[in-house]
Ligand binder design. Structure first.
Ligand code: AMP
Length: 550
């Protein structure tokens, strides 16, 4: 990025954040002008381009509320229903060329900011940003989408090989989310010998058969390089991989990966590997919309806030109440005011308060609840800055999979039918995303009781049945979970059977921290390490799914 261009982008950030209100109002007007005649908006606005009417009449919706419209577009009806075109399962998010252009501006913003804060970043160099395409899904409205079944393993291998061959030019290493980078490091553990051997001989492994991979590598792996192979083997051969990222990519200045929100669970792991390189979460985006960028990329993850850029989408915020004393944001405060009335504009949010973000986009989403809870930490010029608090209704998440409390309950209840013929009852369960190894997995704690017995003794559990239980839970989980299992970004689900009384001990622990027994509810997903340790210390049997998702 040329200096003049970087400066122009930094000026654009200043301008946007200073004129946040005006830009938001103009954007809403533009969206209404463009889309007031669509079937969806026309229903509420009668073709009028009136911002007040929009706020009064257009409902605040979730994906489920508008799914039938999206399904109609997916099934070939004109996108003028909403505007936009279809995306891919599991959520089809409508989009337009304009919306895609907006999305493409994000890397420019984040690069300009990174260069400002890391002035040691030279102007010439490369970034290894691991990217993986998902297979395109064909829909009746997009028959041209030839299914490109990309092989993640081949892709990951070649990206690593290419990056190591050019290690002296790599200024930053990254991936969208921390979980992906953790998996890439795990992959490296399995494949480093082969990668080094390819470098030594200049010959690409025969199992790399994808023409795009072979073609791409032919210009990078051009001949034998035994010196580099020796050097890398020496680094990989160390017993501890502490600081390995810095050793492998010696001129890298940082690790560009989101480590806020659910991803903060991977921070310690990546910090261990990074060798002191700053781990920077540069932006906050989603499939539905882009929100903002991190203007202080060198901040610790716990201090990261994202400054919303008002040209990215029209933003509204539903106030969210905090549970007394609890860290977790809770449901919308019910005060007799409708959601629509309680939504506040971008510039009107209050520092210290939590909100659920609602977006209206050029892509065809109108007052859409993204499902993220954010906390206002301050303002940059006139644009608010938000800390990511949590994903609403998500209990388990290893990668970008999201399993809600009710989905988990349903899946577990379904699986426990297998225990009925054995006379066994599931008395309590909880779960957590175990990311101590990469890839992470869902670990469920189950406390079982023999219907026929009043003692604490359990019969020896049949491993086959328990494995089937694991598989049954997995089968009930959603498309994204199964997809990540298939490509090995999530490891097989585990059930840890705990001694009877384990959940009482868990409750005692929470009570000792100030919870009231009468209000105590067993958390179905544990976040607190101490709580997880309590259950782990009571485990009497571990079982893993052997289900094959390929
Ligand atoms: P997806 O639509 O699959 O890309 O997922 C988007 C979701 O990922 C957002 O709605 C957030 O819940 C989460 N997310 C994206 N960026 C960040 C970030 N910088 N920090 C925390 N969570 C994020």
């Amino acid at each position: 990025m040329e200096k003049a261009f970087q400066e122009a982008i930094l000026r654009a950030i200043e301008e946007q954040t200073t004129n946040a209100h005006e830009i938001q109002q103009q954007l809403l007007e533009d969206i209404l002008k463009e889309n007031a005649e669509t079937e969806y908006l026309n229903k509420y606005l009668n073709g009028q381009i009136d911002k007040q009417l929009f706020k009064k009449n257009v409902p605040i919706v979730t994906y489920e509320d508008i799914k039938h419209y999206i399904d109609r577009i997916v099934n070939g009806e004109p996108s003028s229903l909403f505007t936009g075109t279809s995306g891919g399962q599991p959520k089809m998010i409508p989009s337009t060329d304009q919306a895609s252009e907006t999305r493409c501006s994000i890397p420019l913003f984040t690069e300009a900011v990174l260069r400002k804060h890391m002035d040691c970043l030279e102007y010439k160099g490369k970034v290894t940003y691991f990217l993986f395409a998902k297979p395109e899904l064909d829909t009746p409205s997009a028959p041209f989408g030839v299914i490109t079944c990309l092989d993640t393993k081949q892709s990951m291998y070649c990206q690593l090989l290419a990056s190591l061959l050019q290690r002296d030019e790599v200024l930053a290493v990254g991936a969208a989310f921390a979980s992906a980078l953790a998996s890439i490091i795990k992959f490296l553990q399995d494949y480093w010998k082969e990668i080094c051997s390819n470098i030594r001989t200049g010959h690409l492994s025969d199992w790399i058969t994808e023409p795009a991979c072979r073609d791409g590598m032919s210009s990078i792996l051009t001949g034998p390089n035994p010196e580099l192979a020796d050097l890398l083997e020496h680094i990989f051969g160390n017993q501890s991989w502490e600081g390995i990222l810095k050793k492998l990519w010696p001129v890298a200045k940082g690790v560009d990966v989101v480590v806020t929100g659910t991803m903060s669970q991977y921070f310690n792991l990546l910090d261990f590997y990074s060798g002191g390189l700053p781990i920077v979460s540069t932006s906050y985006t989603s499939s539905e919309a882009c929100f903002g960028i991190n203007l202080n990329p060198l901040n610790k993850p716990s201090e990261v806030s994202y400054t919303f850029l008002p040209a990215l989408a029209y933003f509204e915020f539903l106030p969210v109440d905090k549970d007394n004393g609890s860290e977790k944001a809770q449901k919308l405060q019910v005060t007799g005011v409708s959601k629509e009335e309680s939504a506040v504009d971008l510039v009107d949010v209050k520092v210290g308060r939590c909100y659920e973000v609602v977006v209206t986009t050029m892509g065809g989403l109108y007052r859409y609840r993204v499902g993220d809870i954010l906390k206002v930490t301050g303002f940059y010029n006139n644009s608010p800055q938000f800390e990511f608090v949590e994903r609403q209704n998500v209990v388990l998440s290893v990668d970008t999979d999201k399993t809600s409390e009710s989905d988990l309950l349903k899946a577990i209840m379904d699986a426990t039918r297998l225990l009925e013929p054995l006379g066994l009852l599931l008395t309590s369960y909880s779960s957590y995303a175990d990311t101590s190894c990469a890839p992470g997995r869902y670990a469920l704690f189950w406390e079982l009781k023999l219907k026929e017995s009043n003692t604490d003794d359990l019969p020896k559990l049949d491993p086959k049945i328990m494995e089937q239980c694991c598989a049954r839970v997995e089968e009930s989980l959603d498309f994204t979970y199964k997809f990540y299992r298939k490509i090995n970004l999530i490891a097989p689900l585990e059930i840890r059977v705990v001694k009877q009384g384990a959940f009482v001990a868990l409750m005692d622990f929470f009570v000792s921290r100030g919870a009231s027994i009468s209000q105590y509810k067993t958390p179905c997903c544990l976040k607190l390490q101490e709580a997880i340790e309590i259950l782990n210390s009571k485990v009497v049997g571990k079982f893993f799914s052997s289900k094959n998702f390929s």
